[in-house]
Design a protein around this ligand. Structure first.
Ligand code: SF4
Length: 366
């Protein structure tokens, strides 16, 4: 069976390509999961679902999707919503830059495209937050256009189907995969084909132990014929997440605790959190957070006690959080308006990222 190399995708065996198109489209039609975003061809809903599905499991996304479109049923609603409200609807999904870009994109669509997601590939890619994958997903699913939608799942399937041994974590491999996508996506029913590829990657051609016996494209699959499906795709090992010691302050003022809005850029931007400080080497435990409270927020505490640890892992970063109960001594007027004193019941009204929800749950004894 042929093994293909970068650049010769137009030479893909046409019989094999036709077989993959036919089998996959049929299989998708009969076997796909019923998911709320599959009940519609509204490009806005498809777009929202695709953004949510990046880095997040389908089961987790379903309630978030339903809640989000109930709160922001149209592109205009999302474009006009207060950022705080949008972040709150995303709370717990993580990767908040996704939703900020989504809202930024919705504003552009409303202001520059009359609220209609453009049907042209070059135009849609100009919208903030819409990269090649989302563009392909929206154009093919909502507008039935023959545009590929290549994400990590699809790259895995292509690697195996065509025995591609290039490292899929490299950018140049992704662009080669997109070239393959342009060759294999059919003009007829590209929506089902692209969704079939995604569904195959999610259910059958899974990262470990692919279920080749149940696979609709087994007959066309190079890796399965050679018995190397478990060796593909090639992906270089991820670097271990960098560990950071973080001191987190629970500053109490009677039954209220201090929360602050994080800066508008960087990690967890614009979300609400307990004050925190990175532990500097050589500093006494707890002294970093005391200094930050005073210098950045004008909060002076006179008694601080370690209460518990919590961890949170981001993609490339692990926070080891040491949490301190702090007793408020006095405040100094500083120009930092975005701090609030709230009861534990009131915290629920703010968009708090998962890392700090873990702290909150421990305070509540959860
Ligand atoms: S036959 Fe196996 S390796 Fe090939 S596409 Fe299907 S599940 Fe993946």
């Amino acid at each position: 069976m042929a093994m293909y190399r970068a650049g010769d995708w137009n030479d893909l065996d046409q019989i094999k390509v036709l077989g993959v198109q036919r089998e996959l489209t049929d299989w998708y039609g009969k076997n796909h999961r019923k998911l709320p975003w599959r009940e519609t061809s509204d490009p806005y809903y498809i777009w929202v679902s695709e953004v949510m599905l990046q880095q997040t499991r389908v089961d987790t996304v379903i309630p978030y999707f339903l809640n989000f479109i109930e709160k922001f049923p149209t592109m205009e609603d999302l474009a006009q919503a207060h950022e705080e409200e949008v972040l709150k609807a995303w709370e717990g999904l993580g990767y908040y830059s996704r939703v900020r870009n989504l809202q930024r994109g919705a504003k552009v669509v409303v202001e520059q495209y009359g609220g209609q997601v453009p049907k042209d590939l070059q135009e849609i890619k100009k919208i903030p937050g819409i990269g090649p994958y989302t563009a392909g997903a929206v154009l093919s699913i909502a507008y039935d256009q023959a545009v590929p939608a290549v994400d990590g799942n699809v790259m895995r399937v292509f690697s195996r189907l065509f025995c591609i041994e290039d490292d899929i974590s490299e950018g140049k491999t992704r662009s080669e995969m997109e070239k393959i996508g342009r060759v294999v996506v059919p003009r007829e029913n590209p929506s089902s084909f692209n969704q079939g590829l995604m569904e195959l990657g999610a259910l059958i051609c899974t990262p470990t132990s692919p279920k080749c016996i149940a696979c609709p494209v087994y007959g066309q699959c190079c890796a399965a014929q050679r018995g190397i499906q478990n060796e593909l795709p090639i992906k270089k090992k991820k670097q271990a997440a960098k560990e950071v010691q973080l001191e987190v302050a629970l500053v109490w003022n009677d039954d209220k605790v201090l929360i602050m809005k994080r800066p508008g850029d960087g990690l967890l931007a614009s979300l609400w959190a307990f004050p925190s400080a990175v532990r500097e080497e050589g500093w006494e435990p707890g002294s970093n957070i005391i200094a930050v409270l005073k210098e950045e927020y004008g909060i002076i505490v006179d008694d601080i006690n370690y209460v518990f640890d919590a961890q949170h892992v981001f993609t490339h970063l692990k926070w080891n959080m040491e949490v301190y109960d702090c007793k408020l001594s006095s405040t100094v007027e500083l120009d930092y308006p975005q701090i609030q004193w709230v009861t534990l019941d009131e915290i629920g009204n703010y968009a708090i990222p998962t890392a700090f929800m873990k702290v909150l749950r421990k305070i509540d004894g959860g």
